[in-house]
Design a protein around this ligand. Structure first.
Ligand SMILES: Nc1nc2c(ncn2[C@@H]2O[C@H](COP(=O)(O)OP(=O)(O)O)[C@@H](O)[C@H]2O)c(=O)[nH]1
Ligand SMILES: [Mg+2]
Length: 310
């Protein structure tokens, strides 16, 4: 069967660290291609258990791509291979920013031990896109030492990323709407590391104090490090690396529990996405029935679920 061989071949290519195999596999996942589910199942089984996954989150423009660029350099100097997953905004207004990302990271394009892949942000159930979650499976199967996810930094994806990576770094910048940035629901809770980027600008120390004040409530051993950086000058990047190591050393303590929670989250998000697809198949018909007063929305929902069970 051609389809089966194809998946096996891709898995073999990835195991042999062939970047073209990885690129093809990601395309299958992105485009809902044939063999996607088997490919992902095999990738999950092959996944390297030792790779470190990092999420960089924060509003557009705070300097995520710039900082990731510096972090890649640090890992490369340490001889580590790095995979980066970044999310392309589908919004036409952000076209310039996407191009900016590519240009900024171009420095590493000739380095075969760094692979940067942009993914479409569509099809997310309000959170991190399915393509991003599944690209993580593939990157792990490929066996990068470090995998970095850059979020779009908009809405739920900013928070959702923390469920799927080992260490989440939240970037903030001094000078604009600090309180608004921090008050954003859930964002303070998910950050393992706070990075105040653009610390060359006024207000960086004040912002640091504000963050430390909030974090003071946490027990010392769990308190997230707060780091000042000027990513575009490579300043503070060593401190970021130390913070990552600190958080990583902590999380081995409750590593099993963390992993259990992540797997639960992966099952939940996959189940919801399957369910959503199934429900969507019945929607139009049910809308017609409600519009003709044959049923109510609540009864229609129950009907769909009954139908799924049967
Ligand atoms: N002044 C200053 N500008 C920075 C710094 N880091 C990044 N930038 C600039 O901020 C802009 C947005 O950076 P980018 O990395 O694309 O942000 P992203 O949208 O979060 O990925 C770019 O013009 C960067 O050159 C910094 O530390 N200081
Ligand atoms: Mg960016």
């Amino acid at each position: 069967m051609a389809r089966t061989t194809n998946v096996d071949e891709l898995i073999d290519l990835m195991k042999n660290r062939d970047i073209k195999g990885l690129a093809r596999a990601i395309s299958i996942v992105e485009n809902d291609g044939e063999g996607k589910v088997r490919l992902l199942n095999e990738a999950f089984k092959e996944a390297s258990g030792t790779c470190l996954t990092l999420g960089f989150t924060g509003a557009p423009g705070v300097g995520k791509s710039t900082l990731i660029n510096s972090v890649i350099k640090q890992y490369r100097q340490a001889g580590k291979t790095v995979g980066v997953i970044t999310v392309d905004p589908t919004s036409p207004f952000s076209g310039g920013a996407v191009l900016g990302d590519r240009l900024r990271m171009k420095e590493h394009n000739t380095d075969s031990d760094v692979y940067i892949r942009s993914l479409a942000s569509r099809k997310a159930l309000g959170g991190l896109s399915e393509a991003t979650k599944y690209a993580l499976y593939l990157f792990k199967a490929f066996g990068f030492d470090v995998i970095i996810v850059e979020t779009l930094g908009v809405g739920q994806d900013e928070i959702d990323v923390a469920k799927f990576v080992d260490v989440t770094a939240l970037l903030l910048v001094p000078g604009y709407g600090d309180t608004i940035q921090m008050a954003k629901a859930g964002i303070m809770e998910i950050a393992d590391i706070f990075i105040i980027n653009k610390s060359d600008r006024p207000g960086a120390e004040l912002l640091k104090k504000q963050i430390l004040n909030i974090l003071y409530m946490k027990p010392e051993g769990e308190r997230p490090p707060v780091v000042n950086t000027s990513a575009d000058r490579d300043e503070g990047v060593e401190a970021v690396m130390e913070a990552i190591e600190l958080v990583r050393s902590r999380s081995t303590i409750d590593g099993t529990e963390r992993y259990r929670r992540r797997i639960a989250e992966e099952i939940r998000s996959s189940a919801l996405s399957l369910l959503k697809n199934k429900v969507d198949q019945h929607l139009e018909q049910m809308v017609d029935r409600v519009l003709t007063c044959a049923t109510t929305p609540i009864e229609a929902a129950e009907d769909i679920l009954r139908h799924l069970r049967g």
